[in-house]
Design a protein around this ligand. Structure first.
Ligand SMILES: Nc1nc2c(ncn2[C@@H]2O[C@H](COP(=O)(O)OP(=O)(O)O)[C@@H](O)[C@H]2O)c(=O)[nH]1
Ligand SMILES: [Mg+2]
Length: 352
């Protein structure tokens, strides 16, 4: 299953422009329909190398589904709107887009002036949206005389936190508590990335320090983009973009930095499976036991796991095949608990 990332921000902050840039679908930016979803795949030189070495017929990169959440205003009396909740179901991370560029129609707006305030205000809205279903549920539980139940007691703790404007994610809930809450789709529980859409003007050092510090406090990954300008450059042939990107201070494309940021936020690594039929990239949290990584490929592989054969992509490319790697004694044999690291080829021996 592809990762699912939610994109949200105040209207006019550049959410759709960012999605257009991330997906390479420039036409999206001028469409003004409802919220959209795009699947984007990771540029992955290691995958390309493996495809070449194995002469594979198919290459499957890491895919990320990016969903615009759309309208964030709470439904009267009950949390986020039904459509918004549906789009937010099962998010792996939440990305907030802040408007840091000036608009000609509002003279009062200084570029990047209030990034930290805008973040604060967005988080406040999410906190309110998360509060509403809690209040409704607590009312029900109280009427039913279940206010001392574990669920009610947990909800009361969440309520106190949210009323202070603090996100649930910072509460250090344990796995069991998170499981109890999984039906609610709380947005302040999702890992957070912040994208400041700062436009061509850039952002001053003190403002940068301010928003950077706020994000660090929230455990959020922070990045900057000039979404519209970079999108306009997409019209140029790839080879001609360099100097213009440099002028904008863009060292690597937003799309790449966005995905890097996500990987950092979710502590993910990539491992690969290889055959002539298909070379494929998979993501798991850093240090995931080999048997769980195997389960990601197929549940039978987890159930009937015998051992893992592991080699780094670099060595695998050098040696040219798994058979040769085995001959050269470079294919390591590892057990169930072996912690997977970034950039390894995994071959699972299993029996069901
Ligand atoms: N100057 C400037 N305008 C931008 C930038 N990003 C988006 N815009 C413009 O801001 C307006 C709103 O953008 P849009 O992506 O539709 O915002 P959304 O409402 O958050 O989806 C559009 O007219 C965009 O062209 C930017 O980086 N600089
Ligand atoms: Mg939009």
């Amino acid at each position: 299953m592809a990762m699912k990332i939610g994109l949200a921000g105040y209207s006019g902050s550049g959410v759709t422009t960012l999605l257009a840039l991330l997906s390479g679908d420039a036409g999206l930016a001028s469409r003004h329909g409802g919220p959209e979803i795009r699947s984007i795949s990771l540029n992955d030189p290691r995958l390309e190398q493996l495809v070449e070495v194995f002469d594979a017929r198919k290459a499957t990169p890491v895919q990320v589904d990016v969903v615009e959440l759309g309208d964030l205003r709470p439904e009267e009396g009950g949390g986020l709107k039904r459509e918004t909740l549906a789009r937010a179901a099962g998010l792996d991370a939440l990305v907030l887009v802040l408007r840091g560029f000036s608009v000609p129609t509002s003279a009062a707006c200084r570029p990047g002036a209030e990034l930290a305030e805008e973040l604060q205000s967005l988080m406040q809205e999410f906190a309110i949206a998360d509060l509403m279903p809690i209040e409704n549920r607590l009312e029900r539980l109280s009427k039913e005389g279940k206010i001392s139940s574990r669920e009610a007691q947990l909800l009361i703790r969440l309520k106190e936190e949210l009323e202070e404007g603090r996100p649930i994610r910072g509460m250090g809930l344990d796995k069991e508590e998170v499981r109890v809450l999984s039906g609610y789709q709380f947005l302040t529980l999702a890992p957070l990335m912040v994208v400041a859409n700062i436009g061509e003007e850039g952002v001053s050092e003190p403002l940068y320090a301010d928003i950077d510090r706020r994000c660090a406090e929230e455990g959020a990954v922070y990045m900057q983009t000039a979404a519209l300008a970079e999108l306009e450059l997409m019209e140029l042939p790839e080879g001609e973009r360099g100097p213009f990107l440099e002028e904008l201070g863009i060292t690597s494309p937003t799309r790449d930095r966005f995905l890097e940021g996500l990987f950092q936020l979710l502590d993910l690594i990539i491992f690969y499976t290889v055959s002539e039929k298909e070379v494929r990239a998979w993501t798991v949290p850093d240090g995931t036991p080999a048997v769980k990584a195997a389960g990601k490929i197929h549940s039978d592989m987890e159930r009937g796991f015998i051992r893992a054969e592991v080699i780094s992509v670099r060595e695998c490319v050098e040696l040219g095949s798994l058979a040769k790697a085995r001959e050269a004694g470079k294919l390591r044999v590892e057990g169930k608990e072996y912690p997977m690291r970034d950039g390894e080829v995994l071959h699972v021996r299993f029996n069901v």
